[in-house]
Design a protein around this ligand. Structure first.
Ligand code: ASP
Ligand code: MG
Length: 409
């Protein structure tokens, strides 16, 4: 017997038929003798609708009222699923974040979970009752409803799994696991049976939008075994049909490269003819830091005649704002020219095996060179190499790298 937290995303509870199917899934685990708690998202599209209500009324709405509105999507699904479970003769009840309570900080709209009082839930689970918990929401220090940011119900599920000391947190979604890359680009992408937390973190933050990045951070910290699997495909008989997130040490044969990720969410900025003297990077990036802009890749060229160039990437959605910030600071920084390019893509190869292999970067550069794809910026970390290329080459680059690292299925 195990204790399992099952989480169902928006598409898995999109209508009443889907909710009945979810109840069937839960019933199977209950009948297998497991203790189960369920976390649900809002029905697909509901949260977007609720967000739009708020922004249509006022673009600068009160964040506390926004939370009061957008948290309701999850409340609906907890009740509906509890009813569907009861229909099957299963003892179930709904729990809102404030009822448990799931305590968060006061960051309305993007709150972080501080603590979950799990005693009552554990007691109910022991008695055979299934708690159906609203994801995405909690209660803040001001005693008001908070939400955790878009996609936050993954984080709710992992946090709940940690709090009730679950053996596993199964995240049911509309894909059946984590793939070596986006199967829409590379039809020969393979599903990974396991992936290390660290790798998943890189993949998640790079736009393999299977799990909210924060949920992976939390799983890694709290050592929660997370499994990603599809609620649409039913494969009775196979015990671990999805992808399991595990500790690096649990992976025996560490692949050099586990996956290829890409992101079209960044834009490139080049500041040209910056005087090459101490403090210049601090002054350029100080302007951005002061306005909470996240800078990702950075390169600075060697100087020529006392001038240098600095190229970096920022979130594409912030390009206009950042351009303005840098233009306003031109006099202070003392640069010659500002160039911006939103048509870039970041392509990354990720793998924990990289730390113990050489030549990994060279394979990447060679594969791209053979397709005449120009690399604009390079950055590396222990388990990742990223390059910036022209956006038009995204698919070609991803395919070439998938083949070059032997990932094709
Ligand atoms: N319903 C929320 C959203 O759409 C939370 C979630 O689905 O994870 O962002
Ligand atoms: Mg989600």
């Amino acid at each position: 017997m195990a204790r399992i937290v099952m989480k169902f995303g928006g598409t898995s509870v999109a209508d009443l038929d889907r909710i009945r199917a979810v109840a069937g899934r839960v019933a199977r685990e209950v009948e297998a003798g497991h203790e189960v708690a369920v976390v649900v998202s809002a029905m697909a599209g509901e949260t977007n609708k609720l967000v739009k209500f708020c922004t249509d009324l006022s673009p600068l709405h009160d964040a506390r009222e926004y939370d009061a509105v957008v948290a309701t999507g999850e409340q609906v699904t907890t009740g509906l699923l509890a009813i569907a479970l009861q229909q099957r003769g299963i003892n179930a009840r709904s729990w809102q974040g404030w009822q448990i309570p799931i305590r968060t900080d006061g960051g309305h709209g993007k709150a972080r979970i501080d603590a979950i009082d799990s005693a009552l839930l554990i007691e109910r689970m022991r008695q055979g009752q299934i708690p159906v918990v609203a994801g995405f929401q909690g209660i803040g220090p001001d005693n008001r409803v908070t939400t955790l940011g878009r996609g936050g119900s993954d984080t709710s599920a992992v946090a709940l799994a940690a709090a009730v000391k679950a053996d596993r947190c199964d995240i049911y979604t509309d894909v059946d696991g984590v793939y070596t890359t986006d199967p829409r680009i590379v039809p020969r992408a393979r599903k990974l049976a396991t992936i290390a937390y660290e790798e998943m973190l890189e993949m998640a933050s790079l736009g393999a939008k299977v799990l909210q990045t924060r949920s992976v951070e939390l799983a890694m910290k709290a050592r929660v075994r997370v499994q990603v699997l599809s609620s649409f495909e039913d494969r009775p008989g196979s015990d671990l049909p999805g992808t399991l997130l595990v500790d690096e040490d649990e992976i025996v044969e560490k692949p050099v490269v586990s996956g290829i990720a890409y992101s079209r969410d960044e834009a490139k900025i080049t500041v040209r003819r910056v005087p090459d003297r101490p403090g210049i990077a601090a002054s350029v990036f100080g302007v951005l830091a002061a306005s909470n802009v996240n800078v990702d890749m950075i390169v600075q060229n060697v100087s020529e005649d006392g001038d240098t160039d600095i190229t970096f990437t920022i979130p594409r959605l912030e390009l206009r704002r950042v351009r303005q910030l840098l233009e306003d600071a031109q006099g202070r920084i003392g640069y010659g020219l500002l160039l911006t390019d939103p048509e870039v893509a970041k392509i990354s190869v990720v793998g924990i095996g990289m730390t113990s292999h050489s030549g990994v970067a060279q394979t990447m550069f060679k594969a791209l060179a053979e397709r005449s794809i120009n690399i604009q910026v390079i950055s590396t970390s222990e388990i990742k190499i990223s390059v910036l290329v022209a956006e038009d080459y995204t698919e070609l680059a991803v395919r070439a790298l998938h083949t070059a690292y032997g990932l094709d299925g």
